[in-house]
Design a protein around this ligand. Structure first.
Ligand code: HEM
Length: 286
């Protein structure tokens, strides 16, 4: 215990903040470093409904996890650009671990029953997760380029420069294909230099590339590891969507969403989308 306290004094996070020269109350190092006071001040329920605070806190948790995942996807993309598949895979391993945490956060929302949710749903007005610019930035970074979804986000695109940049630039999958082309796999040039703003639909020739790798994993161990991690990222993303759909059906049945869609039917259609499509379709031919 004493050891821990000694270490804590030397730690920039746990140790005490620098002396307060104003004579005001002191904020400890942990609270000051990560601005915990600011963080906690953000969760402000607008009704007396006891579950509203949990709902807001869980929405914050999810946003933070979207961002953590985005940071690692971006890292993986940078490492691929630098031809370091090993470091790209490390970043994708972190991505997947955080995605698993994200999926389990639905458990807490499930503890709010349909009637408890309805006690504060009205206060949401037209607010919906569909307007999450961090979620959309992550989707674009992974390759689901659907510019129409940007219109769902209130405010101008200029408010979110990262979102605009992600729409215009190469996704991680574009960088994977370029990396494979540099490694002399038969990825067509037209795919390496395509209009990145457009939705990538999948290509038979890329399916052939993945088949080559999966038919000889001992010959292409690094590419095979990369493919498995990408598949896991895609799987975890779809897992999140599928669980969200179930949670929504459990709360709302077939009521329309606050964001303007018909609700579960719309989400069901979204559930059909797969990131890195040829990694899924090639399985039929393997
Ligand atoms: C009781 C809980 C929830 C319900 C009933 C619910 C309901 C819905 C519905 C109906 C939609 C479709 C769009 C619309 O018309 O609103 C939607 C979309 C969405 N929700 Fe939720 N939601 C819940 C919790 C959350 C939470 C906590 C988050 C995370 C912050 C979230 C993130 C999203 C996202 C990102 C979309 C857009 C999905 C896409 O574009 O593929 N939802 N939600």
């Amino acid at each position: 215990m004493t050891d821990f306290l000694d270490q804590a004094k030397a730690c920039p996070v746990l140790g005490p903040a620098a002396a307060d020269t104003t004579g005001g109350p002191q904020v400890s190092g942990y609270v000051a470093y990560a601005r915990m006071d600011d963080l906690h001040s953000l969760a402000v329920p607008q009704t007396e409904a006891p579950q509203e605070l949990s709902f807001i806190l869980l929405s914050h948790v999810k946003e933070i996890l979207f961002r953590m995942i985005y940071v690692d996807v971006d890292q993986a993309r940078k490492q691929l650009r630098a031809n370091d598949a090993g470091l790209a895979c490390r970043a994708l391993e972190r991505t997947v671990r955080t995605q698993r945490i994200l999926v389990t956060t639905w458990e807490s929302i499930n503890s709010i029953s349909a009637d408890e949710f309805l006690a504060f749903r009205e206060i949401l007005g037209t607010a919906s997760g569909i307007q999450s610019y961090m979620y959309r930035t992550l989707e674009f970074a992974l390759g689901n380029k659907n510019p129409a979804m940007v219109e769902m986000i209130s405010g101008s695109m200029d408010l979110y420069p990262e979102l605009s940049a992600e729409l215009a630039g190469p996704s991680i999958y574009d960088e994977v294909l370029r990396y494979l082309a540099r490694r002399k796999f038969a990825v067509p040039d037209s795919l390496c230099d395509r209009e990145f703003r457009e939705q990538y639909a999948g290509d038979q020739r890329v399916e052939e590339v993945w088949l080559t790798i999966y038919r000889a994993p001992d010959r292409y161990p690094e590419e095979h590891r990369l493919a498995e991690l990408l598949t896991e990222v895609s799987y975890q993303f779809s897992h999140w969507r599928a669980t969200h759909l179930l949670v929504v059906e459990r709360k709302l049945g077939s009521k329309p969403g606050t964001g303007g869609t018909e609700g579960v039917d719309w989400l069901r259609a979204v559930n059909d989308h797969r990131f890195f499509p040829e990694l899924w379709t090639m399985r039929t031919r393997l």
